[in-house]
Design a protein around this ligand. Structure first.
Ligand code: GTP
Ligand code: MG
Length: 720
């Protein structure tokens, strides 16, 4: 919930900068529970952006302001908080580590120029973090590692660094080592490997700096050698390595300069030990974020086109260039209205200037293409949910705008006079369906309003109104995401229930049969006389419906034949045994009775429907279920488990291959009945420790096994 700045513990006015060189955009990523939100809190407090650090358990952090985050005790949304350190504004983008919220992580990555991998010294790492590292590597994103929770008694810094080196690869090297207290357990300070100084935190943050004791020297020597070699190997000055190997002492300034260059270029990944609780390592980390991480100007910018998709000049991070900004995230606040987090790529965003808001390319997500001109009256600096007004936002910086009438996540903002477009980033596909119903008519109206807000803000949720099952289905990323989505839908006391998701089946005749329908009402008078005799024959799968008129001698007058077809079609829509549409059938009208005065269109329709029902009773109607082609991508070790699980889902494996998109990953393709896939998003994740992904697409309808079909029929009969 957005707040005015005086309502929360905010220290002073918001930081404002005038040039991209003074901005760093850093996204914090890593395992859920690694300590990202807690670290952001500690960094904000250490730099005076907030008077004191809040806590995740109390629900008092800047980042986790959403009630769902407080309830789930983890971040559920992207949050942005700026701090100033030595004249540099660092926008910290805190992301949720839990897999359901990967859409928020994607948005954070888009807005950032460098990534801080937060790794807990207690819990290690998950496969998703490793995959993310590889992804950052493929686009050359500069990275650093913060090893957190050093105050924990099971914390093991060396082991954690070794793990990072194993899974992340070369050039992951610590700049500092933890220094233990006299008890040999508590981390009391850091040993600086480049400066060869001790940073003593026994008196709290900031540290006192002193010369190392004799006992620290061997550890420093050993790790320093490795670090210097790593940095010098990346240096553009090729003579440096020779000098170093000849035993020359390389000046600290030179080492630091080369370190900063290698980090900014995405070739070297410093590791910094930190503890959010004691403040240990925070200054060291701030140094890396401000001095080594790149400015927005060093980052490749998204490709830009005109609204007609015609290519335009490549963007540069120039405050005087054409305005191009992107809506990284939109939330709709009950009090403030629409709040959009905006990353400016080029130009300068100013209040009271006409802007163009364009959203294209997300139509299949339920976001219709939209273009509109608006005037933003105020710009804000976001500190989590707290908004503080700022006079402008230069290229490279991040701000928030409010009350835009159209801005949705992924939209491009440009000047009204020169509208431009950048394609939105890839958004993950939601695969867990949740069917909802509002309790009352009033709830329904209020829910519609909340739904519109949700759709505008969260591109990882897809809304489906299924015309066949008549269900309102929210496609979510997982259960925790569904929890957040339902929470937002229930905002303002709207009462909403969930119900089992129905899969749209089909009905089909299993054999031929004749059917007789007689609609005769003596007392009804005019127009109540009609008799139909039909024959139904099953047609091959996918053929659809055929109607044949074989009436001879005008038993059913010509003008009533269309009424018969209409009646048959209407009954087919309603279904015969379980309420699902009837498909693949030929209906032949071969006899009947009608009278030009006593018959009517309606009477013929009714008789035709009765005839179809009669045929259904004489033949057998089978149920068809949708079959999906499922592509599952998993690490090799899970192939066996996934295949045997597929067989319990009545799946037919079509093939197993190496996954072209991943190392040591397999790709299994199978045909699986859709009824068995309703909770697959949750179950595949559980089966593969969160590493499995899948996609699905409908291929055809196949007959349902008779035992299952009987259950569906029974359910339908009792529901009536
Ligand atoms: N003792 C101690 N506890 C910590 C430290 N860092 C985090 N914690 C605790 O660990 C838990 C998880 O920390 P969070 O900051 O919420 O972790 P996160 O990485 O933001 O997790 P997600 O939001 O789920 O991705 C919280 O209860 C924190 O209080 C630390 O340095 N020391
Ligand atoms: Mg968090």
């Amino acid at each position: 919930m957005a707040q005015k700045s005086h309502e929360k513990g905010v220290a002073g006015p918001p930081p404002v900068v005038d040039e991209p060189g003074r901005v760093r955009n850093v996204v914090l990523v890593g395992h859920s529970g690694a300590g990202k939100t807690t670290l952001v809190e500690a960094l904000l407090a250490a730099t005076g952006a907030i008077p004191r650090a809040g806590s995740v358990t109390d629900g008092t952090t800047v980042g986790d302001s959403d009630p769902a985050a407080v309830r789930q005790q983890r971040s559920v949304a992207l949050s942005c908080a700026p701090l100033m350190h030595q004249d540099i504004k660092v926008n910290l983008l805190d992301t949720p580590g839990y897999a359901d919220f990967v859409g928020e992580l994607r948005a954070g990555l888009r807005a950032a120029d460098a990534a801080l991998f937060v790794v807990s010294a207690v819990d290690g790492m998950d496969a998703a973090t490793v995959a993310l590292w590889e992804e950052c590597a493929s686009v050359g994103m500069p990275r650093a590692v913060a090893v957190t929770r050093l105050d924990h008694q099971r914390a093991d810094f060396d082991e954690t660094v070794a793990l990072c080196q194993r899974v992340f690869g070369d050039n992951v090297l610590p700049l500092y080592l933890p220094m233990l207290d006299d008890d040999g357990e508590t981390v009391a300070g850091l040993l600086g490997l480049i400066t060869q100084r001790v940073f003593d935190y026994t008196g709290g943050h900031p540290a006192t700096v002193r010369e190392p004791d004799a006992e620290h020297r061997p550890a420093i020597e050993e790790s320093r050698g490795e670090l210097l070699e790593g940095i010098i190997a990346e240096s553009e000055d090729e003579t440096l390595m020779e000098r170093y190997l000849d035993g020359e002492d390389i000046e600290t300034d030179v080492v630091i300069r080369d370190l900063e260059k290698a980090v900014a270029a995405g070739h070297f990944y410093p590791v910094v030990p930190v503890c959010a609780v004691t403040g240990l390592g925070l200054d060291a980390l701030l140094e890396v974020l401000t001095s080594a991480f790149p400015t927005p100007g060093e980052h490749d910018l998204p490709h830009v086109t005109g609204l007609d998709d015609a290519p335009r000049d490549a963007l540069t991070c120039d405050p005087d260039g054409p305005l191009v900004a992107e809506v990284v995230k939109t939330t709709i606040d009950a009090y403030v209205g629409r709040v959009s987090l905006v990353r400016v790529f080029s130009g300068t965003l100013k209040p009271e200037v006409a802007i163009h808001v364009a959203g294209h390319g997300m139509a299949e997500r339920g976001h219709a293409d939209h273009d509109g001109d608006e005037r933003v009256t105020h710009l804000f600096s976001p500190l989590g949910a707290t908004l503080r007004e700022v006079p402008h936002c230069v290229a490279g910086d991040i701000c928030a705008i409010t009350k835009s009438t159209t801005a949705e996540t992924g939209d491009t903002i440009s000047a009204k006079s020169d509208p431009l477009l950048i394609a939105p980033w890839d958004m993950p596909e939601p695969l867990l369906p949740v069917a909802i119903v509002a309790r009352t008519r009033t709830d329904e109206e209020a829910m519609a309003k909340n739904l519109a807000r949700l759709v505008a803000g969260d591109p990882t949720m897809r809304l489906e109104r299924n015309p066949e099952t008549h269900q309102l289905v929210l496609w979510c990323m997982g259960e925790a995401h569904a929890d957040v989505v339902l929470d937002r839908l229930r905002a303002g006391g709207v009462e909403i229930d969930t119900e089992p998701v129905r899969v749209s089946l089909r009905e089909a005749f299993a054999g031929s049969a004749k059917g007789h329908g007689r609609h005769v009402k003596q007392s009804g008078g005019h127009g109540q006389y009609a008799v139909c005799d039909i024959e139904v024959e099953p047609l091959p799968r996918g053929t659809g419906f055929e109607f044949v008129d074989k009436v001879v001698g005008g038993a059913v007058p010509h003008n009533f034949i269309p009424s018969v077809e209409k009646g048959v079609r209407a009954q087919m829509e309603h279904g015969l045994v379980a309420g699902y549409p009837v498909v693949d059938v030929r209906v032949t009208l071969f006899d009947g009775k009608a009278h030009s005065v006593d018959s009517s269109d309606a009477a013929l329709q009714t008789a035709a429907a009765m005839a179809l029902k009669d045929a259904a009773e004489k033949s057998r109607v089978s149920l068809l279920e949708p079959i999906d082609l499922v592509t599952i991508r998993i690490p090799d070790q899970f192939v066996g488990a996934v295949m045997s699980d597929l067989s319990t889902r009545r799946g037919r494996v079509l093939g197993t291959d190496t996954d072209p998109d991943g190392v040591e990953r397999s790709m299994v393709t199978a045909e699986v009945p859709a009824t068995e896939l309703v909770r697959y998003a949750v179950e595949l994740r559980a089966m593969t420790s969160g590493t499995g992904r899948f996609s699905r697409e409908f291929v055809r309808h196949d007959p349902m096994p008779s035992t299952l079909a009987d259950e569906v029929r029974k359910e339908h009969a009792t529901a009536r």
